[in-house]
Design a protein around this ligand. Structure first.
Ligand SMILES: Cc1ncnc2c1ncn2[C@@H]1O[C@H](/C=C/CNC(=O)c2cc(-c3ccc(F)cc3)cc(O)c2O)[C@@H](O)[C@H]1O
Ligand SMILES: [Mg+2]
Length: 214
């Protein structure tokens, strides 16, 4: 039977990356996506911006919405301090299965909690299920029409504290107009746009970093 693109991406990791070496996993995926098949990972260019924000925030608790194959999960987890926790939500079981293997190949399974389920169902359960009071950093990279409702839901559930950082992928391409309007106009956020390019292309895209002001 035909393999899927995520399966071929995992194959490239297992073939070209060194077990336990997150940077080699990231490099293997970027090489695969540049040379073989485009895939919707945040990519190397926007990935450097993601790395700098993670390093600056030095978060103890991170939430990622939309794991896909685990590329940004590996980038983020590889920069976390020893006891930090990254919770990543993915509702497609096939993608979740690939992501688990990518995360394991990088040797980061102890830092990552991959939950198979929908963000809308799981955001309200974060405190009771994982003892998370608030998130220091949230990376939004799931369906673009879910960014705004899930941000409002996180506010309602008290998961954001003064200083929590939201970092959103694809605010230009494919675009998240309602989310962008919200975080840029709300007095409860201080927003900043990091201009970049759509992964592995010359098309404009960027990340929006928004600080929750409480
Ligand atoms: C509510 C809920 N709960 C849990 N998991 C959820 C969830 N909603 C989605 N997911 C999961 O997250 C990923 C989905 C990511 C969506 N990302 C994009 O659509 C995307 C697209 C492009 C793109 C740009 C130009 C083009 F021409 C074509 C595509 C680039 C990107 O970077 C993207 O992120 C995927 O793994 C999906 O199962
Ligand atoms: Mg994206």
């Amino acid at each position: 039977t035909q393999s899927t693109r995520p399966q071929r991406l995992l194959g490239a990791v297992q073939k070209n990356a060194t077990r336990g070496d997150p940077r080699s996993v990231v490099q293997a995926i970027d090489q695969f996506c540049r040379q073989k098949e485009w895939a919707m990972n945040v990519g190397d260019e926007k990935g450097c911006i993601l790395d700098s924000v993670v390093s600056e925030v030095n978060p103890a608790t991170v939430l990622e919405l939309g794991t896909y194959c685990g590329y940004s999960t590996v980038r983020i987890a590889s920069l976390l301090p020893p006891h930090a926790k990254l919770i990543t939500l993915e509702f497609n079981p096939d993608f979740a299965a690939i992501a688990r293997q990518v995360i394991a190949w990088a040797g980061l399974e102890d830092k990552v909690h991959l939950i198979e389920g929908a963000s809308g169902d799981w955001i309200p359960k974060m405190t009771e299920q994982f003892g998370v009071k608030t998130f220091d950093l949230v990376f939004l990279d799931h369906w673009k029409d879910r960014y705004l409702p899930d941000t409002m839901l996180m506010e309602e559930c008290g998961l954001l504290r003064k200083g929590s950082i939201l970092l959103a992928d694809n605010v230009i391409c494919p675009g998240t107009p309602d989310y962008l309007e919200y975080v840029r106009s709300s007095p409860r956020y201080e927003s900043q746009y990091f201009k970049s390019h759509l992964e592995y292309t010359k098309v404009e895209d960027g990340l929006e970093k928004s600080v929750f002001l409480g």
